[in-house]
Design a protein around this ligand. Structure first.
Ligand code: ATP
Ligand code: MG
Length: 425
């Protein structure tokens, strides 16, 4: 006996009962991106490993332990993309889109990270990413946050989300701060866990982001980056906070908010919820002016964010109305051999006359009773019934499946006119 092959751990199928919610989500994303003038860019799922090493940085969780890396047949080291920022910038540099230009871009699709699978944390998951190039001021930072807020409200989850902000300053400011932080943490070395001791050498800011409760008091008392921000970083951050306040967007400044990726500076932000347990961050972003140069381009301003689709869809909860809206309007029952061809023609004509109609035509034969059962199980609102008599008379039976009522018989020629208002097409 051969065993059934199963999907890879942490990589999930999205079954047809769930795709309507994904499609609903995607429709809203398309609309909101267009409303702000963001254009879609489509990128490969596989990139050279070096791209991620150079952009994300060697000493991050992602590059240290989460990448799906493999040798191509010719020996090149390739990686399934763990995030989209690096690939997006690579594409724009490669195609000359970065010369003194302004771009508002977005992309979506699967990302891959070899993490311990748990609720809200998968090995293949999906993100929508947004990147804005060539705009150095806080106005674009604010625009990205406005865009997020509009998405949340269109998705019906705005009240569940809180905005957290921080400023990471410039690289130089961070280097000075880093020395203060490391000196402080060395004094409290005994209280650090193994991960943090390692990070003390490699990526000490990341310690501030530790989720280990045993570290919370050490972190609480640590020197704060905001006391080391220069004039320009401070002005930028104040500009953003002012724009948010004027737009009525509530936020909290979280001094422990640092991004796992090395290339961020100045503004960083996260949208968090307390309704998803430990995996409460649904969207994270920030400014990464330094990365363009790091990837070989000329210095350019850049800011972006990525949101986790699975976590957001979780937060949206049961979307009964969305699922209902995806169900068929009608199921065509055709009884007997002489109803087959006329039934197919009738179905085709209806679809031409009513382009919004969702109609399933029974295939595979079956008795009236078994076809009626299929009609009911399909979720359709109406059964259309075509048998020997109807074919002979040019008529059609119509029976409501979700409410009481007698079956009616109409002429086939008036069916479209009858269905249009009834199904609100
Ligand atoms: P976390 O701290 O949860 O590991 P992260 O800092 O690694 O998050 P980012 O790289 O900023 O996450 O990715 C942006 C968003 O993508 C996250 O806020 C989250 O919603 C989603 N995300 C990241 N990793 C996963 C994953 N393994 N499974 C599902 N969603 C994820
Ligand atoms: Mg992570």
């Amino acid at each position: 006996m051969s065993e059934n092959i199963q999907a890879i751990r942490g990589m999930h199928d999205i079954l047809p009962d769930h795709t309507p919610v994904w499609q609903h989500f995607e429709t809203i994303v398309l609309r909101v991106m267009a409303a702000y003038g963001y254009r879609e860019i489509r990128l490969p799922i596989v990139e050279k490993t070096e791209l991620f090493q150079r952009s994300i940085g060697e000493v991050t969780d992602i590059v240290e332990k989460e990448m799906y890396t493999f040798a191509d047949r010719n020996g090149d080291s390739l990686t399934l993309r763990p995030e989209g920022t690096a690939g997006c910038l690579r594409a724009c540099l490669e195609h000359g889109l970065m010369h003194n230009q302004i771009h508002r871009l977005w992309y979506g699709g699967p990302m891959f990270r070899h993490e311990r699978p748990q609720k809200g944390r998968y090995r293949q998951f999906h993100q929508i990413g947004v990147e804005a190039y060539g705009m150095p001021g806080p106005d674009i930072d604010a625009e990205l946050i406005f865009l997020c807020r509009r998405l949340w409200s269109e998705l019906g989850i705005a009240p569940k989300l809180e905005l957290q902000l921080n400023s990471l300053g410039t690289l130089e400011e961070r280097l000075v701060y880093r020395q203060h932080l490391v000196a402080y943490l060395r004094q409290h070395f005994a209280q650090l866990d193994e991960d943090s001791r390692r990070r003390l050498e490699t990526n000490p800011l990341r310690i501030l982001d530790s989720k280990n409760p045993a570290l919370s008091s050490v972190i609480e008392e640590a020197p704060a980056l905001r006391d080391h921000l220069g004039e320009e970083s401070r002005r930028h951050f104040d500009g953003l906070k002012d724009a948010l306040e004027r737009a009525g967007i509530a936020y909290t400044v979280n001094p422990r908010l640092v991004r796992g990726l090395d290339y961020y500076g100045k503004t960083v932000f996260e949208w968090v919820t307390d309704e998803l347990g430990a995996q409460g961050t649904v969207c994270a972003g920030g400014r990464y002016d330094g990365l363009v140069e790091q990837l070989g381009g000329r210095g350019s301003a850049a800011i972006g964010f990525a949101l986790g689709i699975e976590r957001l869809i979780d937060l949206m909860g049961e979307q009964a109305a969305v699922r209902e809206a995806a169900q068929p309007h009608a199921y065509l029952i055709r009884v007997g051999d002489d109803a087959e061809i006329p039934g197919a023609q009738l179905a085709e004509n209806l679809r031409s006359e009513l382009p919004e109609l969702r109609l399933i035509a029974n295939c595979g034969g079956g008795s009236f009773k078994s076809q009626f059962k299929r009609a009911d199980r399909s979720g359709a609102a109406l059964a259309l019934i075509l048998g020997h008599d109807e074919v002979r008379d040019g008529s059609i039976g119509v029976k409501a499946l979700r409410q009481e009522g007698e079956q009616r018989t109409l002429s086939q020629s008036e069916l479209a006119t009858y269905l249009k208002p009834l199904l609100k097409l």
